[in-house]
Design a protein around this ligand. Structure first.
Ligand SMILES: Cc1ncc(COP(=O)(O)O)c(C=O)c1O
Length: 337
């Protein structure tokens, strides 16, 4: 990812929500990432030991009680940016800025089809920008979007949809100020956008690319299963009937997130074994190779959605081949505020 960005002179500002680990953030920065993206102030605080100097908190901050933490964070950085996510969000953000006692650089969210945060039109962007001018402590510094709906698009449709995405972002941005930077780019689109839009896109903010998961291997074809770096090691604990085995990992390991086919995880070695249902501490295995499993056998599984899996564990074990080389704490685990 860093090489793709470097090739086209685009900044990489990875979202740390996927790994939440200082050693991984450090590696991203050492490889050349220009800064980090976080969803929450707590995540940002947890990443400070990585040596990060530039951070973007891509969420709707509304609580003035967070002002002091924001100020403390800003003091330890060269560049802290926050998000304004709609016209009605402006006043609430201004109260947070006032409580922080600082001027804040603000990135305006543009909804590009996900239907979550972000201005819905060029007119809404103009109104939001004009509402910001009421508050001298809020300085509009650019635009961002999270185009998460690309996870449902096969490779053949991605380039055309990326063109539509870019045209939309440019039109909305130009309605406000054509000189302000654009920061789109999730794990599905980031490489495509770097090649399509040098000079248009300033930065991309992918998250889950860092480890990969079944979502990135499915419809989008962004990754192959053998490229996924994070696995769940689970143990077969029972075989209560033919065609069914149970493992000691359920929704408290995989979360409730599943692939579009309803699968929580798949065997990483390619055997036809899938986690088709989860209770809190049980996973239900089905597939043609389930009956050959033995009780006590360890299974290496690729999860459907890596970000929620990492957030459910205290530590990850780092391996190289069959050797354990390290153990890393999930530093920002549970830092949801
Ligand atoms: C605001 C924002 N930026 C970036 C990302 C990273 O997306 P991905 O993990 O698909 O690369 C997300 C993911 O949810 C997000 O919400």
């Amino acid at each position: 990812m860093q090489a793709a960005c470097d090739d086209h002179g685009i900044e990489l500002r990875p979202h740390i929500k996927t790994h939440k680990m200082v050693p991984v953030a450090r590696m991203q920065l050492e490889a050349g990432a220009r800064g980090l993206t976080c969803a929450k102030i707590g995540e940002a605080e947890a990443m400070l030991p990585s040596g990060v100097r530039s951070l973007f908190i891509a969420h709707s901050l509304v609580d003035p009680a967070q002002g002091r933490r924001l100020a403390a964070l800003a003091e330890q950085l060269d560049d802290l940016r926050v998000a304004v996510t709609s016209e009605v969000h402006v006043d609430a953000l201004a109260r947070v800025a006032q409580a922080s006692g600082r001027a804040l650089s603000v990135m305006m969210a543009i909804d590009s089809g996900l239907g979550r945060e972000g201005v819905r039109s060029a007119a809404a962007a103009e109104r939001t920008a004009s509402a910001l001018t009421k508050y001298p402590q809020l300085r509009l510094s650019g635009f961002y979007t999270h185009e998460g709906f690309f996870y449902g698009l096969p490779p053949a449709e991605q380039t055309a949809k990326a063109r539509v995405l870019l045209d939309h972002l440019i039109a909305v941005r130009n309605a406000v100020d054509s000189k302000l930077p654009l920061w789109p780019g999730c794990s599905v689109t980031a490489k495509l956008l770097t090649s399509m839009a040098p000079g248009v896109v300033q930065a991309v903010r992918p998250g889950s690319y860092v480890f990969g998961d079944l979502s990135l291997c499915a419809t989008t074809g962004i990754m192959e299963r053998n490229e996924v770096a994070l696995h769940v090691l689970a143990t077969v604990v029972d075989k209560p009937e033919p065609g069914l085995a149970l493992i000691d990992a359920g929704s408290k390991t995989f979360s409730s997130d599943k692939t579009a086919e309803g699968v929580s995880a798949l065997a990483a070695d390619g055997r036809d074994i899938k986690v088709v249902r989860v209770n809190e501490e049980h996973g239900y295995l089905r597939g043609s190779e389930v009956d050959a499993l033995k009780i006590g056998e360890r299974l290496v599984l690729i999860p459907a959605h890596v970000c929620t899996v990492v957030n459910l564990t205290d530590r990850v074990v780092v391996t190289s081949g069959s050797q354990v080389t390290d153990t890393w704490n999930v530093d920002a685990r549970g830092r949801v505020q």
